[in-house]
Design a protein around this ligand. Structure first.
Ligand code: PLP
Length: 423
């Protein structure tokens, strides 16, 4: 088989034309700045679609997470001393298998992330592990939970546990725009007491090239984020500041792209679902499974199609912090072999997010599994090893090319390439 002439990508944007028209609106109105019709219309469209009262357009999902963390910290711990982050000396429960942008804002504010293990049914934060975490750290009052690859977490259970402990949730729906769980959109679940966020970066289901959105039902929180994100100006004739400000607001040009894309959000989900279904069908006799969800309760946006190799079909591989080595074993394969084979044919896959508890930067942070402390759990004199679901999903899983622009023929070849790894 020849390599693909045109690279098959993991996830590229799909533009429709309206995006450019809305950019032109910004030019016509000469609002080449962080205010204008595109921003207000995008915020309105997102609020309506997700089912929240207020939306703030920001420069990135990471900025939205930072603002969300600050709101939670203000609500629980109040205003900090100058020179100290708002979470100084405080622990925060965080999803473990996710992009580091989910958890970094906790550290921006001098907090300490405590990573909560995942479960196999959605690959997201395990409510049982979260319960254990509250047994170990009963004083924790903030939880950051992500919905991985567009597949909703068991957010109802997580929310119930949070409520029992008086904790506020920051819901990271960066990857899961318009995915819903039990009839409610991700990002809207915790908008009454906490906040949700979305990302519009270049590879997301709905993109604006970059950008983020903060979602809340709380008018005061909304106004606070609008203030903080525009350098925290007080109402005075000059630049008067009583609070620390940020330059985090979304550009009106970028908002034009997002505004145009929102018109096609559902269409994009249908296209992504078709990709997921074709993989599922193409792999039905292989010893793998796809990222899973409950078809009754969960309506994913299918942003990235992923697969996990059955334990019995895993070949041998080792990963250091920088490189991976594998040995082909007949009838078996490894994520590294699949990814390298795809790359050989000019197709782009990606490893699963390396869990945060395994990242060098976070290696000394606590990690809690459904069995309790996830670190230092093995015993040379007792058989068995500790559960580490996130580590296992990282070990055996990978993200498949999920580009919305990929043709059916290209995907059929990708399926063939993946199948060949098991020979
Ligand atoms: C789970 C998750 N959280 C947060 C982010 C950060 O979003 P952004 O890239 O818009 O800053 C991303 C994506 O990039 C993400 O995948």
């Amino acid at each position: 088989m020849e390599p693909f002439k045109n690279k098959v990508w993991l996830a590229r944007p799909l533009m429709h034309g309206e995006e450019l028209e809305y950019i032109n609106v910004a030019f016509k109105e000469n609002y080449i700045t962080t205010a204008g019709t595109n921003i207000s219309e995008l915020e309105k469209a997102v609020a309506e679609k997700i089912g929240v009262k207020h939306v703030v357009g920001l420069s990135s999902g990471t900025a939205a997470l930072h603002m969300a963390i600050k709101l939670a910290a203000l609500k629980i711990y109040g205003t900090p001393k100058q020179g100290r982050g708002m979470l100084f000396g405080k622990k925060v429960f965080c999803s473990d298998v996710t992009f580091d942008a989910t958890v970094n804002p906790v550290v921006y504010e001098d907090g300490e992330p405590v990573f909560i293990d995942s479960e196999y049914e959605t690959w997201n934060m395990d409510p049982e592990a979260l319960e254990r975490a509250f047994e170990v750290y009963p004083d924790v009052k903030i939880i950051v939970v992500a919905h991985l690859y567009g597949f909703p977490a068991k957010i109802d259970e997580i929310k119930k546990i949070a409520e029992e402990h008086g904790a506020v949730i920051v819901e990271d729906a960066a990857e899961s725009i318009i995915a819903s769980y039990k009839g409610k959109m991700t990002g809207a679940w915790c908008a009454d007491t906490g906040t949700g966020i979305l990302s519009l970066n270049g590879n997301k289901l709905v993109t604006a090239s970059s950008g983020g959105l903060l979602l809340t039902n709380d008018r005061e929180a909304y106004e606070k984020v609008k203030k903080w994100s525009t350098q925290a100006r007080e109402s005075a004739p000059w630049y008067e500041h009583e609070e620390l400000g940020y330059n985090y607001r979304m550009s009106n040009i970028i908002a034009g792209i997002g505004r145009g894309q929102m018109l096609h959000a559902e269409e994009h989900v249908m296209m992504k679902k078709a990709i997921y279904d074709r993989y599922k069908d193409g792999f039905k006799d292989l010893p793998v499974s796809m990222n899973s969800y409950d078809p009754v309760d969960s309506k994913p946006n299918f942003w990235l199609s992923c697969m996990i190799i059955d334990k019995e079909a895993m070949g041998e591989h080792v990963r250091s912090n920088r490189i991976a080595l594998y040995r082909h074993v007949k009838g078996k394969t490894t994520p590294t072999e699949v990814l390298e084979t795809l790359a050989h044919y000019n197709a782009e896959g990606r490893p699963i997010w390396k869990p945060m508890h395994m990242q060098p930067y976070y290696i000394n942070n606590p990690f809690i599994t459904k069995d309790g402390n996830g670190r230092a759990r093995t015993n040379a004199y007792i058989e068995g090893c500790a559960n580490d679901v996130g580590g296992d999903i990282f070990d055996r899983g990978l993200c498949l090319p999920s580009d919305i622009n990929m043709t059916e023929e290209e995907q059929a070849r990708v399926i063939e390439i993946v199948r060949s790894c098991f020979e």
